[in-house]
Structure formats: structure tokens, C-alpha cells
Design a protein around this ligand. Structure first.
Ligand SMILES: Nc1ncnc2c1ncn2[C@@H]1O[C@H](COP(=O)(O)OP(=O)(O)OP(=O)(O)O)[C@@H](O)[C@H]1O
Length: 244
């Protein structure tokens, strides 16, 4: 579903050049949920931009299904539109007729448990609710591929927990393929079918492992904690090498 072959991305030229990604190869299968973790600046966001087609690799080849949907840490809602208006915008832009659009928006709001808030504006919602609106809007793109860049990074632990449950349910029900970037190793162990660890400057594939913990998972379960501790050790090793 996503194929990344020997992809490099260098910004700038000459002695000032920064190689954000160096010959990275990664395949994500249909329906797989892959979490990318790594220290700050290892090229996680660069990678998602490349997969989304917002940026072009300096070398290498990326294939990522038709029109992958992107979601960021900031919900980036339009403040003058209602919740329903924000969620329906991708449908309106695709010229979906109004009755079909309304039915789809109602379904999407039910999916993210916001049916009672259709007429509210973003400033009337909590941060977690705004992020759920952003998730519903991303789902409205009807893409089989979701690219998520720290989507829950700004939320408190409890809200994040609820959104993990919702995201897991939605991606499993729809068989979505997900590439999910996070700083949070526990979050990766809670959500991922596979965890990929990137090294810093240049970003290279450092380690990867499948997550064999049965679902549904809890972020504070002993299995998730043990795996998170293992990945944190690898991440520490990587950061120490880099600093050293
Ligand atoms: N447009 C750009 N121009 C120049 N350098 C860039 C550009 N975008 C990213 N970089 C550099 O590439 C490297 C990787 O950046 P990127 O934002 O992909 O890292 P990240 O892993 O997402 O970081 P963080 O976890 O802090 O968000 C960094 O050293 C950054 O300074």
C-alpha cells in the first residue's frame, strides 16, 4: 500500500546541506498500522510530507496509493464553519450533492462520537473534540491510507487514551493503512502493528519490530509498558550515540 524505496531527502546545498533522510526503505501492507518513532529532527515529518506528495525526494521512489489523507497535531479547523461544515468540506470540494453530503457527515460525526455537536463552532469545543472533528474530516477524504503526524501530541493523557480507542476501532473497521508518527513510545506500542525506529541526522531505519500484543490493548498494560521500555532503551542508545 505504501512503498518507500531507498528514499533520501537533502535540504539546501553545499556545506549547509542537511540530509533529513538517507536511503530509507519501508513497505506498509494494506490494513497495517505502522508507527514511526525517533528523536526530534530524525526526519519523521519530512517522511510523511514525502509520502503525502507534498514534497519530492532527492532520490528514491515512493508509492502511496491514491490520495493519502493527512492529519497533523494542530486540527486546523475553519473557525467560521460549524463542526458539520468542517467535516463536510472535503465532500463539498469534491462536489458531492448536498443530501449525500449531509448523510455522510452525520455518519462520520457518529463515528467520532460528535453527533450532538454538529452545529457548534470549533471555539466551543475542547481540544480533544476539535481533534475528533479533524479525524472525521480526514476520514471524509475516503482514502484507504491515513498519514498522521503526532495527531494526539497536544492532548492530555485521558483524552489521548479515548482517541486511541476510537482510532483503533475506526482503522480496524475500515481496514485502513496507517503511517503514524509519534515521539511517544507508549503510544506506538499501544497502537502499532509494527514500530519503526529512525536514527537522527541523517534519518535512517535503525530498528523495526512487529507488535504481537493482542488487541484491544491498554496503554498501561504490562505488555505495552514492557515493549515501550524496550523501544525507549533503543531510542536512548541512538540519542547517546548521536550526542557522543
Ligand atoms: N524545509 C526545510 N529546510 C531545511 N531543513 C529542513 C526542512 N525541513 C526539515 N529540515 C531539517 O530536516 C531534519 C528533519 O526534520 P523533520 O521535521 O522531518 O524532523 P522530525 O523528526 O519530524 O522532528 P520533530 O520530531 O522535532 O518534529 C531537521 O534537521 C530539520 O532541520
Amino acid at each position: 500500500m505504501i512503498s518507500i524505496r531507498e528514499v533520501s531527502r537533502t535540504f539546501g546545498h553545499g556545506p549547509e546541506a542537511v540530509t533529513a533522510l538517507d536511503r530509507l526503505s519501508l513497505d506498509v501492507s494494506p490494513g497495517e498500522f505502522v508507527c514511526i518513532v525517533g528523536a526530534s529532527g530524525c526526519g519523521k515529518s519530512t517522511l510523511l510530507s514525502l509520502v503525502a506528495g507534498l514534497d519530492t525526494p532527492s532520490s528514491g521512489i515512493i508509492e502511496a496509493g491514491p490520495n493519502p489523507a493527512l492529519m497533523f497535531q494542530e486540527p486546523a479547523l475553519f473557525p467560521w464553519l460549524t463542526v458539520a461544515g468542517n467535516v463536510g468540506l472535503p465532500l463539498k470540494l469534491r462536489k458531492v450533492p448536498r443530501p449525500a453530503r449531509e448523510a455522510r457527515v452525520a455518519e462520520l460525526l457518529a463515528t467520532v462520537n460528535l453527533s450532538d455537536f454538529a452545529g457548534k463552532r470549533p471555539h466551543e469545543l475542547s481540544g480533544g473534540m476539535r481533534q475528533r472533528v479533524a479525524l472525521a474530516r480526514t476520514l471524509a477524504l475516503d482514502s484507504p491510507v491515513l498519514l498522521m503526524d503526532e495527531p494526539f501530541g497536544a492532548l492530555d493523557a485521558m483524552t489521548r487514551d479515548l482517541l486511541h480507542d476510537e482510532l483503533e476501532r475506526i482503522t480496524q473497521e475500515r481496514g485502513l493503512t496507517v503511517l503514524f508518527v509519534t515521539h511517544n513510545v507508549r503510544e506506538a506500542a499501544r497502537l502499532g502493528d509494527r514500530i519503526v525506529l529512525l536514527s537522527s541526522r541523517p534519518g535512517r531505519l535503525k530498528w523495526q519490530g512487529s507488535v504481537d500484543i493482542p488487541r484491544p490493548r491498554r496503554i498501561d498494560s504490562p505488555e505495552v509498558s514492557a515493549l515501550a521500555a524496550e523501544v525507549t532503551d533503543r531510542l536512548r542508545e541512538e540519542v547517546a550515540q548521536h550526542v557522543g
